[in-house]
Design a protein around this ligand. Structure first.
Ligand SMILES: O=C(CO)[C@H](O)[C@H](O)COP(=O)(O)O
Length: 255
């Protein structure tokens, strides 16, 4: 586990990182909830918001639902059908990219976060829509419990979305890059993404250079998108033991 207070990677320049002590954050779920609820503080009236996917985002949506009930005016673009269902359950108004060119903010979970705030995403299979939404937002905030923080990516098998046709040959080409992989299944049936594609879960030994690997993968015919999110976020909110931390990445443009 990384000690953020002593790790210089998280030197604060743009905005001070912040640690809010909270009691009783003992379980992973409580930490996810704390991170999700903290993220709601970044939402302002009138914003259009990219709504990520996963169990941490659930808590954000629940909180946003409460704020909407109290009069907050927002619109969200969901990154999965599950998120769309939750947003509807919490009465969060929705929109889409036919109405909105650029989102004010997107908030999403992650499966792994490295020292440089690069991410592995796609554990829930929503990586393509998540990347589209994150890439079309002015700011992407990542929310997670502390267990997602790693020094180097690759402990979590990298999800890669591929077209169903010929997935077997696409898988062989990915394996040549050094991965052990399998086709994702749920209850013994092939898992199909919200875009009608398949997911290959690819275990690389480690991923010391995520950008290079992402670029290599994207050159392979049949690969739709990878779960590597590189340089897309400067802010992560981490629920840890007894506290929630807002960490801002050191900006390379500021001396
Ligand atoms: O990338 C994702 C889905 O595609 C999720 O954001 C990621 O899997 C984290 O999920 P959780 O908050 O449930 O741990």
């Amino acid at each position: 586990m990384i000690d953020f207070k002593e790790n210089t990677t998280y030197a604060i320049i743009e905005k001070k990182s912040e640690v809010t002590p909270l009691l009783n954050l003992n379980s992973i779920d409580e930490r996810k909830k704390a991170a999700g609820e903290k993220a709601a503080e970044f939402i302002m009236d009138g914003m259009t918001i990219g709504l990520g996917s996963g169990s941490t985002v659930y808590w954000l949506l629940k909180k946003l639902g409460e704020l909407v009930e109290q009069g907050l005016t927002i619109k969200g673009i969901p990154t999965s059908l599950q998120t769309e269902d939750w947003a509807k359950e919490f009465n969060i108004p929705l929109t889409d990219f036919s109405q909105v060119d650029c989102l004010d903010i997107a908030i999403d979970g992650a499966d792994e976060i490295d020292n440089n705030f690069n991410l592995i995403k796609g554990g829930g299979g929503a990586l393509l829509r998540e990347k589209l939404v994150g890439a079309n937002a002015k700011k992407l905030i990542i929310i997670a419990d502390e267990s997602k923080m790693v020094t180097t990516l690759g402990g979590f098998p990298l999800p890669i979305e591929v077209v169903p046709f010929g997935w077997e040959v696409t898988a062989k080409r990915i394996a040549l890059l050094g991965a052990t992989l399998h086709l994702r299944k749920r209850e013994e049936k092939v898992f199909v993404t919200n875009n009608g594609n398949y997911i290959l879960d690819c275990q690389f030994q480690t991923i010391p250079n995520p950008e290079e690997l992402h670029n290599q993968l994207k050159l392979l015919l049949g690969v739709v998108e990878t779960g590597l999110f590189i340089g897309m976020t400067n802010t992560i909110i981490i629920g840890g033991e007894g506290e929630v931390k807002v960490l801002n990445k050191k900006s390379e443009n500021i001396i």
